[in-house]
Design a protein around this ligand. Structure first.
Ligand SMILES: Cc1cc2nc3c(=O)[nH]c(=O)nc-3n(C[C@H](O)[C@H](O)[C@H](O)COP(=O)(O)O)c2cc1C
Length: 215
């Protein structure tokens, strides 16, 4: 089944209505085109020096998701949702800044000499960082794009659940993920078949230090 579902167009509703959904209609499907739209929109997220070090392993095929199930602690949403995106952080993603800047030049967004200097400097700076720091930077970018995947899906009437409950070592091994791609999280995307669990938030005054007060 893949009918058109109502879009949510205003930002506040998208944010307020997004909840982690763990029950999905197993008969619902999401098209490749819809997934591409969600991922392309999510890729508008900011990233460190615009290196866009996120990569997406899309588990669209149900049989493939059945293989993922035991790796994801048998969380049933992996098979019942319509797709699962494994967001990966490419700790060598900065090496593609030249390609990114080429696109910017083609689009007239950047002069050629600036693009080349920027790329050279970025590769030099990021290349000089420890592997741990490179990973940390890519993981932050991965978190940002993950959030945008969930909001973009929600605005299209789909629900999601982010999952950190999976065996990253087994994921990498089973699906041949190269060493420089570090799993960030899995995100199930589908059509809700049950309500989400309501969740509470800490009051703002318990998480905010105005001008550093209360630290
Ligand atoms: C990094 C991360 C990992 C998570 N891992 C899981 C998971 O493995 N399984 C699950 O059911 N929910 C998981 N969640 C969902 C959280 O439980 C949920 O976001 C939180 O309880 C707040 O609820 P809400 O998303 O409905 O607002 C995860 C969320 C995040 C951000």
């Amino acid at each position: 089944m893949s009918e058109t579902i109502a879009r949510i167009t205003d930002y506040a509703s998208v944010v307020r209505e997004r909840h982690s959904v763990r029950q999905y209609d197993p008969n619902w499907t999401i098209s490749e085109a819809e997934l591409k739209e969600i991922l392309a929109e999510a890729s508008l997220a900011p990233s460190s020096s615009n290196t866009q070090s996120w990569r997406f392993f899309v588990f669209h095929d149900k049989e493939l998701r059945k293989k993922l199930l035991p790796i994801a602690n048998n969380q049933q949403q992996v098979v019942d949702a319509s797709a699962v995106v494994a967001v990966l952080a490419d700790r060598e993603g900065f090496k593609r800044i030249g390609r990114i800047n080429d696109i910017a030049v083609e689009k007239g967004l950047m002069p050629r000499d600036f693009a080349d200097q920027y790329a050279e400097r970025t590769v030099k700076i990021y290349g000089g960082l420890s592997q741990e720091k490179q990973t940390q930077i890519a993981l932050v970018d991965g978190g940002l794009v993950s959030m945008q995947i969930m909001l973009s899906a929600k605005s299209r009437g789909f629900d999601t659940v982010p999952m950190g409950g999976f065996d990253a070592a087994r994921l990498v091994e089973e699906f041949g993920i190269p060493d420089h791609l570090v799993p960030v999280m899995l995100i199930a995307i589908g059509r809700a078949a049950g309500p989400s669990r309501p969740t509470a938030r800490l009051p703002l005054e318990e998480i905010t230090y105005w001008n550093g007060e209360g630290l």
